[in-house]
Design a protein around this ligand. Structure first.
Ligand code: DON
Length: 322
């Protein structure tokens, strides 16, 4: 890194200038006081809506963070993107997509519906994510499956913080009627692969992965790994195969921001995934990963400050895909 820097060969050579613009954007979003924290999981309802953190990590390992970047938050639906990439690396995209489609559903993320071929629409809505989770090291005991996926997350984050929030897990499991209904509906429609555990156990696993915690600092490294074709920029370790890495970015681009995905793709033009905890990972392919966290959500369920930050980012830099 140092020799690249001395030769002025880093992906972002004018680092000072770049970070001061990022700081300006970050601070200009601090005034946003709209939105509400998610309330359907009691534990999430207790989050402070005013938290605001941002971290970036480039594919050369340059890092910059602001605000609440060291405070843990639950990944929630952000885990859906990484779980997909991990499973697709493990069993291959073709096998995985024999159970889950690629299309935006155009419906709410937790709606009970399947596509015309009887599969969940995509891996980033609840139905598809529950199927993807059931494929994650299918056949192994739950404890081994959990250990495996947590280790993969730690690798993606170059050893950064990946914890587990048991209170959120218990709280989510206690308020999960919709996810149970959705899963029984999928069972009735033969959406699950053969050889899975009971729905109760498979859903526990899904809730556990939603309850994994990280910080902006660590999640920015995870996002940078996706920006870098699946190779962690800090360790040079391959975490995700290149094809699943491309695939997850395509899905994040078209389906990562709930019912705002089309508008986000139009205005911001970057692959991203948000979660109800107010976290958001954004990938600028071949350049950097960004993690934003602010728990107050807009009507679509995306972080108000996070979305505004991305819009300002695109007004400032030419990161839009097109
Ligand atoms: O399944 C749920 O309700 C949540 N734990 C998923 C959270 C989330 O961020 C919504 N996403 N699509």
């Amino acid at each position: 890194l140092i020799s690249q820097a001395l030769r002025n060969q880093l992906v972002i050579p004018a680092w000072q200038e770049f970070t001061s613009k990022m700081k300006y954007i970050f601070e200009s979003c601090t005034d946003i006081r709209t939105g509400h924290v998610a309330t359907y999981i009691p534990q999430l309802a207790r989050e402070d809506p005013d938290r605001w953190g941002m971290s970036i990590c480039t594919i050369d390992g340059q890092r910059y963070s602001l605000g609440d970047c060291k405070i843990p938050f639950c990944l929630q639906s952000i885990s859906k993107a990484f779980n997909y990439a991990i499973v697709a690396s493990d069993i291959g995209a073709d096998d995985l997509h024999s159970f889950v489609g690629h299309e935006p559903s155009g419906r709410l993320y937790n709606e009970i519906c399947l596509d015309s071929s009887g599969k969940p629409h995509n891996p980033l809505i609840n139905a598809g994510a529950i199927i993807v989770t059931s494929l994650l090291k299918k056949g192994l005991p739950l404890a081994d499956r959990y250990d495996f996926v947590r280790q993969e997350y730690v690798k993606l984050a170059a050893g950064g913080y990946v914890g587990f929030n048991n209170a959120v897990f218990l709280s989510e499991r206690d308020s999960a009627d919709r996810n149970y209904a959705l899963s029984y509906y999928m069972k009735e429609n033969k959406c699950f692969p053969d050889g899975i555990l009971s729905l109760r156990e498979e859903l526990d696993f899904y809730f556990q992965l939603c309850s994994l915690e990280t910080t902006c600092e660590s999640a920015a490294v995870m996002a940078a790994t996706l920006a870098n074709g699946g190779v962690c920029p800090l360790t040079n370790e391959r975490c995700i195969d290149s094809r699943p890495c491309r695939d997850v970015l395509s899905l994040m681009y078209s389906c990562g921001m709930y019912d705002y995905s089309g508008q986000f793709a139009f205005h911001v033009g970057l692959p991203a995934k948000s979660g109800v905890s107010g976290g958001m990972v954004v990938v600028v392919p071949n350049l950097m990963g960004i993690c934003l966290w602010s728990p107050a959500l807009d009507k679509m369920g995306n972080s108000c400050r996070g979305v505004e930050f991305c819009q300002k980012l695109i007004e400032t830099f030419n990161f839009h895909n097109y």
